[in-house]
Design a protein around this ligand. Structure first.
Ligand SMILES: Cc1cc2nc3c(=O)[nH]c(=O)nc-3n(C[C@H](O)[C@H](O)[C@H](O)COP(=O)(O)O)c2cc1C
Length: 188
């Protein structure tokens, strides 16, 4: 079953499937009792998995990495899958479209994937609003600088994100890597 589903999904572009999966998970989570069914199968309550770090109590050490729920649109839906924390983002102060497509590539033989999405996200204001929903999972915000912000002013973008989100999340991850940003000429 797993390999059949995988084969079907692999017929389509990786980024398209990413977007499709997010929409599907949101849709499935609207079905009656889906929350309880998912939690029944995926949630593991075991004290030995708990971790106390940075003054936070994680139910388990396995989290959803940044890049899946970039715009904080479905952290509650994902929390039903038993994650100990969910990292949203990367968030930048202003929205940006990311690099031109195609920008996600499957390396099937290596069972891996290359992405150079370039921090596509809806920006701080939208994401802040999306974080207003009640939740019972630890949420981290992965923050970055806009591609069109000069490096010398980059720290201002990080400060803006820290300031804008510090009441809405439990921890921050500062993303200073992104070697795959392509300078965009258009400022949104
Ligand atoms: C499609 C995709 C998008 C990602 N987007 C981001 C991102 O926006 N910000 C970020 O810090 N990491 C991003 N990552 C990196 C992941 O957060 C994670 O570090 C990476 O997939 C390695 O995870 P692993 O160590 O569990 O294999 C992305 C990864 C993938 C596959």
């Amino acid at each position: 079953m797993y390999s059949l589903i995988r084969k079907i999904l692999f017929l389509f572009d990786a980024e398209l499937i990413h977007e499709f999966s997010v929409k599907l998970i949101k849709l499935l989570s609207k079905l009656p009792f889906s929350k309880y069914i998912l939690r029944y199968f995926f949630l593991v309550n075991n004290q030995s998995l708990e971790r106390n770090l940075f003054g936070l109590k994680f139910k388990n050490p396995v989290g959803l990495a940044a890049g899946f729920d970039k715009n904080a649109e479905c952290y509650n839906e994902f929390s039903n899958f038993g994650f100990g924390f969910i990292e949203i983002g990367t968030v930048t102060p202003l929205p940006q479209p990311g690099n031109p497509k195609k920008r996600v590539f499957r390396l099937i033989e290596d069972k891996s994937l290359i992405n150079r999405l370039g921090f596509n996200n809806k920006g701080l204001e939208v994401i802040k609003k999306n974080l207003r929903k009640k939740r019972d999972v630890i949420i981290g915000a992965n923050i970055g600088k806009n591609v069109f912000t000069e490096n010398k002013d980059g720290y201002k973008d990080y400060l803006e994100c820290l300031d804008g989100l510090h009441d809405s999340v439990d921890y921050f991850a500062i993303n200073i890597s992104s070697p795959n940003h392509k300078k965009s000429k258009t400022v949104p």
